[in-house]
Structure formats: C-alpha cells, structure tokens
Ligand binder design. Structure first.
Ligand code: GLA
Length: 349
C-alpha cells in the first residue's frame, strides 16, 4: 500500500487543495481531496484486469468547489433531509438553513462538502479533520470530526467517521459518491444489478420526507432482496417511485446485531465488476441519480445525464430528529460518534 500527497489545485481564494492517492499492490487506486473530503476517483479492475474509474466527478477544483450533485463528498452534519429545517433537543428548538423545497438537505448551505479539511497521510490512508463551530448552519454544539479513508490489499476502501460534541446535538454523516461500475463515462447504469439486504424501507411524502412508517418491500419495485436489474422496475406505476422520480429511498438494513453487515451488492455483468457495501449504519439511501440532467460536465468533458450513476449512502434514517421511532441520531458530550462503511471490490468469474 502506497500513499502519496500532491497539490490538486487552487480554490478561487488562492488556497491550495491537496490530493492523497492510495494505491494497493493490485493497482486499485483511490484519490481523495481535502476539499469536501471528496473521493475524486476510484480505479478498480474488471474481470479481464482492465481498470476503470467508477466514480462520477470533475477534473477541476473550481467545479468541485460548486458541486451541485454532491458528487463524492462527505455529507454533514446531517445527511439527507430534516423536515422544515426544524428539530427540538431538550425543549430547545433549532432552525437550519432551508435549501431543498421546505427542507434542510445535506447539512444546509455550507455543509461539510463545502469546507476545506485538515488532512494528513496515515498508514494505508488519509485522515481528514474539521471543526464545525457551535451554531454552524443552525446546529448546536461545537463538533470535532475525523474522517479516515483507508485501502486494503483485499480491495476494500474503508471510510470511518468519528465526531465529538460539547453540547447535545444530532449527527448523521455519509459519503455521496455516484458509482457506475462500467466506468464513470459509460452512460446509463440501468442495466447494472442491485441487491439490497433490506426487507423494509421508509416510505416518503411529496417532499421526500419519511412518513414515519417502516414498510415491507415485498411485492414492490423496491424489493432488491434478490438481485434485480436496476432499470427493470424503475419507471413502474408505483406511487413511491413517482414521488421520487425513481429510486431515492432509505432502506432499513436487515441486521441481527450491531457491527459491520452487508448492506448492498452491485454488479455490472458486462465488465464483471462487483461492489459490496458493508456498514455499521442502520440504513442506506439508494439514489438512482434522478436529478442529474447533463448540466454537470465531468471528467474528460463527459456530461452526466439522468441515471448515469447510483449512490448507496449509508446513514441513519432521513429526518430522524423529528421521528422518535427511528434509531436516534443524538450525540451527547462525552460520547463518540463512530461509524464505518466499506466498499469492497471483486469480479465475476
Ligand atoms: C440524496 C437525496 C436526493 C438528492 C441527492 C443530491 O441522495 O436523497 O434526493 O437530493 O442526495 O442531489
């Protein structure tokens, strides 16, 4: 495992952004920048040994600085939506920036995706730190965050997220990479196969906020308990798919105990690339890039159209601060938020 550091580019302010390159003995290569903690590329082999970069993204720091689709970024303080940007902790009401219809999405106007992190090489990876001050984007408590990306010789990219606070607060972090296992510039991912280890999901309303119900996937186009081609049912006449214009749902991962479990497996039959996602989190947002529209011109001047990638955002459930029946996202002083997600790559035989 080799780790190197280089200059990636300069922000408009003139500040330098660094890129950390992790390369294992098999040639798997992950590049992470300290702007937004973004995983800017991930090169993995197909069944013939040909490498492709399977992450949608940009070549230029000026584009990463704007990044409307949240490509590849670490999302915080709160991944996904909080209804009306409001929540209560211990009788105190907190009001967040509204940036998505009536809701607060992905941490507000300046989330963790739009800050420069302090980063350094560590064994087999990179460690990135950020301090979010008390009241940042409306959230209570000074939050000190450490994210590490490490790569193993078993072709696993691991992300660990840790945070501590000095006041009771809410935290829910994820990584927002868009994957296309045929290569970032290969077009639609609708022929790729998905399996999600979830018998239930959290249905949404017209603002994509959970209704509070935990519903069975059985008999619906959200049943990925057996492998299914992503595009086969995506446009079915099913209300939940109409509301989200495709898949954009939180799946409740089936688990017997805490710890790392397999959340999802994606396969591209043509290249033979397989990605398994394991996580300590209770949920995963399967998002089929319904909002991409070709306006994001990415690496190699490639225009990313609708459904050219998919996200598997491991997380606590959306709007949990307002849904007491969901697993808690509260973090108290003296506790450590500590979650891990692993993306493991292999090929079909
Ligand atoms: C998440 C949300 C989507 C969308 C994307 C970013 O996946 O669930 O609705 O907002 O982020 O475009």
């Amino acid at each position: 495992m080799a780790v190197t550091t280089d200059i990636y580019g300069k922000l408009e302010s003139g500040t330098e952004v660094h890129v950390f390159t992790l390369t294992n003995a098999n040639g798997v290569k992950a590049k992470i920048i300290n702007w937004g903690c973004c995983l800017v590329s991930l090169e993995v082999p197909d069944s013939k040994g040909n490498f492709a970069d399977i992450i949608l993204g940009f070549d230029d720091i000026k584009k990463w600085a704007k990044n409307p689709p949240y490509f590849s970024a670490v999302i915080g303080r709160y991944a996904n939506r909080i209804a009306n940007g409001l929540f209560v902790i211990d009788d105190n009401e907190y009001s967040l920036a509204i940036n998505n219809g009536p809701n607060s999405l992905h941490g507000g106007s300046v989330g963790f995706d739009k800050v420069l992190w302090n980063a350094m090489e560590i064994e087999n990876g990179v460690e990135l730190k950020h301090t979010s001050p008390d009241g940042d984007e409306g959230y209570p408590g000074k939050l000190d965050i450490t994210v590490t990306y490490t790569l193993t010789e078993a072709n696993e990219l691991k992300i660990n997220y840790k945070a501590i606070t000095d006041k009771p607060t809410v935290v829910n972090m994820t990584n927002h990479s868009y994957f296309n296992l045929a290569g970032h510039n290969s077009g639609s991912m609708l022929d790729q196969i998905m399996q999600i280890n979830a018998s239930n999901y959290t249905p949404i309303d017209e603002n994509l906020i959970p209704t509070g119900e935990i519903a069975a996937v059985t008999g619906t186009p959200l049943d990925f308990t057996s492998p299914a081609v992503i595009g086969d049912r995506i446009d079915d006449d099913f209300e939940q798919l109409k509301l989200a214009a495709g898949y954009d749902h939180n799946f409740v991962i089936d688990r017997q105990a805490p710890g790392l479990v397999l959340a999802a497996t994606a396969i591209d039959s043509k290249s033979g690339r397989i990605m398994e996602v394991l996580t300590t989190e209770p949920g995963v947002q399967f998002y089929s890039a319904n909002f991409l529209d070709g306006s994001d011109i990415g690496k190699g001047c490639f225009a990313y159209q609708r459904r050219y990638g998919f996200c598997l955002e491991t997380q606590h459930f959306p709007d949990s601060p307002n849904q007491p029946q969901f697993p808690t996202v509260r973090l108290n002083p003296g506790e450590t938020y500590d979650t891990t997600t692993v993306y493991k790559f292999s090929v079909t035989q």
